[in-house]
Design a protein around this ligand. Structure first.
Ligand code: NAP
Length: 304
């Protein structure tokens, strides 16, 4: 298969599928078609990216060079099987899914037909199906899979101005954990922060605007240096009185207290590892946190 003359078929015009379809087309790739569940589910993509050949699963036929599966994680295997049964996959096909958590072995039906299989995960967030689409230049793409698929995937990534990184199948779950914690936990952290400012009676919109420079400079300094080196706040200063007053106030927000204490305990470990707190301070904090952590564990066991 000559990569530069190959056509891409995108299966699953959701958030990732719509973005990738738009961007690969702009990068000069030929899109053979976009396959969706129903007419309704592919209608939006016409609106978003203009003229493109659209197909629904029930009517698809004919062999494909490159299949990019951007369907939900839980249906990758069954969608691959359905496409194989319809004759879209044979030994020259390259089939790639975009899940961060699953590896390429989930594409079992394609492996059975000697196709080259892979997973290619963009380390980016795609919150919506609507344009304007994020420019993926500079994005890191984590690949795992076969040799032919690797050539295709690296061409696609370089045409989008991205960085290509290869993983082994067994590295994928830990890699995806890293991405998930860095991305989704920030949503939880900001929500917890805003519940505290709700408690203070500060309007959410105002607090979101106010907290932006603080969050951005924290992120910048953490990423420029390291999370441990750029650590500030009461735990790293050994200020137990402030932490105690936080925990007392959080009796009004028990769901936030339940994440504040384990996080503060983790910060204590980071401060200790970098020699920021002395033994006495470490012990005082540790005893204080443990009292809550043990009580919480007991509560959980009693409620099971
Ligand atoms: N969103 C992100 O930030 C992000 C980032 C990196 C990687 N990913 C990965 O990219 C993949 C797609 O994620 P997404 O966020 O784009 O999901 P999404 O917006 O929910 O889109 C999923 C697509 O799969 C289709 N689909 C779902 N069930 C199906 C079924 N049973 N048969 C056929 N098609 C089905 C949906 O059809 P309808 O159009 O009919 O709903 C939709 O087109 C996932 O593997 C995800 O882990 C996501």
């Amino acid at each position: 298969m000559e990569i530069k003359n190959s056509q891409i078929t995108i299966v699953g015009p959701g958030r990732v599928g719509t973005h990738i379809a738009s961007l690969v087309r702009k990068a000069g790739w030929s899109i053979q078609s976009i396959i969706g569940r129903t007419q309704a589910s592919i209608a939006h993509i016409k609106h978003e990216i203009g003229h493109v050949n659209l197909e629904t699963f029930d009517l698809v036929a004919g062999y494909r060079d490159i299949l990019l599966l951007t369907v939900s994680d839980s249906v990758i295997a069954s969608v691959c099987e359905a496409l194989a049964e319809k004759g879209l996959i044979h030994s020259n096909t390259v089939i790639i899914h975009t899940s961060g958590a699953s590896n390429s072995r989930v594409l079992e039906a394609a492996i059975d037909r000697q196709a080259s299989v892979a997973s290619l995960h963009p380390l980016q967030t795609f919150p919506s199906r609507q344009a304007p689409f994020a420019d993926l230049a500079g994005t890191y793409w984590f690949f795992e899979g076969g040799h032919r698929a690797r050539d295709v995937a690296s061409h696609i990534v370089s045409s989008l101005g991205g960085h290509f990184h290869v993983l082994k199948p067994e590295q994928k779950i830990a890699y995806h954990l890293s991405a998930t914690i860095a991305c989704n936990s920030m949503n939880a952290i900001l929500e917890a922060s805003l519940r505290c400012s709700d408690l203070a009676g500060i309007h959410r919109d105002e607090m979101q605007r106010a907290i932006r420079p603080l969050m951005q400079s924290t992120l910048d300094s953490m990423l420029l240096d390291s999370p441990t080196a750029s650590l500030t706040g009461p735990v790293s200063r050994g200020d137990l009185t402030t932490v105690e007053s936080h925990v007392t106030e959080l009796s009004r927000l028990p769901e936030v207290r339940d994440i504040y204490i384990p996080l503060a305990n983790f910060l204590l470990e980071m401060a200790d590892n970098s020699g920021r707190v002395d033994c006495d301070t470490y012990k005082k904090f540790s005893d204080f946190f443990n009292e809550f952590l043990v009580a919480n564990r007991k509560n959980m066991l009693e409620n099971q």
